[in-house]
Structure formats: structure tokens, C-alpha cells
Design a protein around this ligand. Structure first.
Ligand code: FES
Ligand code: FE
Length: 398
């Protein structure tokens, strides 16, 4: 395995890291099953019995709101019947009073306990069986699950996220647009693409209207005009009670939370810079820039004052990744959904085309690892460092 993914520092990974089924299996086992994964939104689990599902290779996790509405406990279970193993969730998402296994009709309460099992004889102890639990947390309106028996500490991430994203009110928001994509590329290709903006000027005209070409993570260039805009914006944001400091993969942790200014005249990542909906949550001033959240390995999000967009990755196989894009607005807002999704739908679809072209080349006979830019791809390097460390492999100089 180590030969398959070893690399020279500063260079992209060897082909097998993206294409080999054994590496993909290790990715699922050590990276996806070992980390907190973004599952969905508090806003879509806002009533008892509302559930969603997350796939991690062959594993499927059900996340369901228990009795008591949004204040009720959140439960996560393996979607595996305790009788003979059938899936029990009726769909990818929905609302149920209980989970009734479609095979022999064992009935599970929302908290996963077995409520009834017919024709199992007089000695059968219903209380001895349940859906196997999975660790679940929610913070600032985002829901995460972890398949590990001993999950990493979620506390520091929640403590960093809550004061920064919490004021955006995602927990009480509404998902106005949901898009699904199937991308013909390895999941790491999508993350690498997200981790650099080397490609932005050439490929993202809509995104580049509102966003500076500098200042993104991993871009070591300095630009006095951007630095002045950031300093002035931070003064305004601090006056609104928003934390002035960004959180940038602290101590090698897999998350970054950063508020960046938009270009002059832009209050939101929209085509003309004008907000499309009222400020969300407890925000009152639309001038809050764009809060970027990344949680490796499967989430990135941008939160403007008027809308937020989340991107969830689900690996399907070494060469295929499913993506779910959700646009959230204030629960009571009436919004033009085409205008709302215009920038990030276009930007995302442009990225999927780039990723598919990238992966086609990576998977071909002509691919060799190539050099990363020390100027604008430092965050790709950081991602690959994190990935290899998470696989628990020493990086090996070629
Ligand atoms: Fe679920 Fe039999 S497998 S009731
Ligand atoms: Fe992009």
C-alpha cells in the first residue's frame, strides 16, 4: 500500500492513489470511517421521525430526529436490521413514525430500540435487539456522523464553528435548492480542486465576480489592496460580534473556518452582488463577507448573509463520487431559486467538468505525478499531507 501512495513532497500523488481499488478501500476504511463526516442539516431534521441517510462504501447510516421536534435528540444507526440484516430505511430521506423492516416487519423506534418482532416465540427478548448505534453530533445547523468505535474529539471543531457559523442561523433555515451530481472522478480529485483557486480565474467567471483572486487558502501571494479590504472588513465584522480570527486546520485538524471579504460592491456571492434574501439567523447587517467552512474529507460550505451553500461528497468507487449541493435561506424568505443557485450551481458544474478531465488524465497511461505550485497550491499540499497521515503512512521521498 505505501508504494501505491508514496510521493515526492510538493508533487501530486501517483496514479494508483486515485485509481487502485485497494487504496480506495483503505480510503473508506481509514479516512471516511475514521473521521467525522458531514451528513446533512439540522434544518431537514426538524420534526420527530425526519431522517436522512449517509453512505460510506457498503455502510449506510440513518440519522433521525427523535421525539420532541428540533429539540429532540438526534439518533444515528447503522441501516441494518438486527434480524437478518436487511436495510430498514424506506428511502434516502423522509419521515417515519418508526422504522419497519420490509423483510419480516421488525419494528424499530426512532431511538433504534426494537419495539416489536412478530412470530419470534415466547422466549424472544425484544429488549436484547436494536439498530446498531453510530456517533452523531450537530453544531451550528450541520450534522456529522462517525463510524469509528472511538471517534476523534468533536469538541474543538464545534467550539470553533458555533460562534462563526451559528449567527447565520442554519439550524432554522430552509433548503431552497438541492442538486445531485455524479462525478466521474476520485473523491481526492474533487477535494484537491476545492483546495486551490489556481483554476478560478480561468474557469469560474460567476464566482470571480464577487471573489478576490487572492486571499484564498494556500495562496501565499500578498496583495495590499486585498489586505486593506480584509482589515477593514474584520473591523466591521468584529463590531457585529463576529469573531475576527480564522481557524485554519489547527494543529493539523481536518477543518478550516474563514471569513473572507467580497469584492467592492458585493454583499453576497450573487451575480450582481445584491442579496437575494434577508440576512439569516441573528445577522442584521448583510455585510458579513463569505464564511468558508471545510471539514475533511467530505464537506465544504460558503455562508453569505442571505444564503449558505453546502457541498457533501459521497465516494461511490475509486472513479466515481456523488455530490449533493444544498442552498439554504431564511425559513420565511421568498426567493428566486434560479438566481439563488446561479453562482454556485455554475461554479460547481464547472468544477465537475474540470475534475472529470483531470481524472481521465490521471487514470491514463500517460499520467505522471506533477509539481504543485508553491505560490497557489500550498493547500493541496496540506491536504495530501493530511490524507497520507490519516492513512497512517510515512511520506516517502521518491
Ligand atoms: Fe429485518 Fe427480517 S431482516 S425483519
Ligand atoms: Fe473551482
Amino acid at each position: 500500500m505505501s508504494d501505491l501512495v508514496s510521493r515526492t513532497p510538493g508533487w501530486s500523488l501517483p496514479q494508483a492513489a486515485y485509481t487502485d481499488p485497494d487504496v480506495y478501500a483503505a480510503d473508506l476504511d481509514r479516512v471516511f470511517a475514521g473521521q467525522w463526516l458531514f451528513a446533512g442539516h439540522t434544518a431537514e431534521l426538524d420534526a420527530p421521525g425526519r431522517y436522512l441517510t449517509v453512505d460510506v462504501g457498503r455502510d449506510r447510516v440513518i440519522v433521525v430526529r427523535g421525539e420532541g421536534g428540533q429539540g429532540g435528540a438526534l439518533h444515528a444507526h447503522h441501516d441494518v436490521c438486527a434480524h437478518r440484516g436487511s436495510r430498514v430505511a424506506p428511502d434516502d430521506r423522509g419521515q417515519v413514525k418508526a422504522f419497519v423492516c420490509p423483510y419480516h416487519q421488525w419494528v424499530y423506534a426512532l431511538d433504534g430500540t426494537l419495539r416489536s418482532a412478530r412470530l419470534m416465540g415466547d422466549c424472544f427478548a425484544t429488549s436484547s435487539y436494536r439498530l446498531a448505534p453510530v456517533a452523531v453530533r450537530e453544531t451550528a445547523g450541520l450534522v456529522f456522523v462517525c463510524l469509528a468505535d472511538d471517534p476523534p474529539d468533536f469538541g474543538p471543531f464545534a467550539e470553533a464553528l458555533e460562534p462563526r457559523l451559528g449567527p447565520h442561523g442554519l439550524a432554522d433555515a430552509r433548503i431552497a435548492v438541492r442538486e445531485h451530481y455524479r462525478v466521474a472522478a476520485n473523491w481526492k480529485t474533487l477535494v484537491e480542486n476545492n483546495r486551490e483557486c489556481y483554476h478560478c480565474a480561468g474557469s469560474h467567471p460567476e464566482f470571480s465576480l464577487s471573489n478576490f483572486d487572492v486571499g484564498v487558502n494556500g495562496d501565499v501571494r500578498t496583495n495590499p489592496r486585498y489586505d486593506r479590504a480584509l482589515a477593514a472588513a474584520r473591523t466591521r465584522w468584529t463590531a457585529q460580534g463576529l469573531p475576527g480570527e480564522d481557524v485554519n486546520f489547527p494543529g493539523g485538524a481536518p477543518y478550516r473556518i474563514a471569513r473572507l471579504p467580497l469584492r467592492d460592491g458585493f454583499l453576497s456571492e450573487t451575480l450582481d452582488g445584491r442579496p437575494l434574501a434577508p440576512p439569516m439567523g441573528t445577522l442584521t447587517d448583510p455585510d458579513v463577507g463569505s464564511l468558508r467552512v471545510i471539514s475533511l474529507p467530505n464537506l465544504w460550505a460558503h455562508a453569505n448573509a442571505d444564503y449558505a451553500v453546502t457541498t457533501r461528497l459521497t465516494p461511490i468507487d475509486a472513479a466515481t463520487t456523488d455530490v449533493e449541493l444544498c442552498f439554504l435561506v431564511d425559513r420565511d424568505a421568498t426567493v428566486d431559486t434560479d438566481a439563488l443557485a446561479a453562482v454556485w450551481r455554475a461554479t460547481s458544474e464547472q468544477d465537475w467538468v474540470l475534475c472529470e478531465k483531470n481524472y481521465a488524465g490521471i487514470a491514463s497511461r500517460g499520467y505522471r505525478p506533477g509539481p504543485l505550485s508553491p505560490v497557489v497550491e500550498a493547500s493541496v499540499e496540506a491536504f495530501l499531507d493530511w490524507y497520507l497521515a490519516t492513512l497512517d503512512l510515512a511520506r516517502t521521498a521518491a
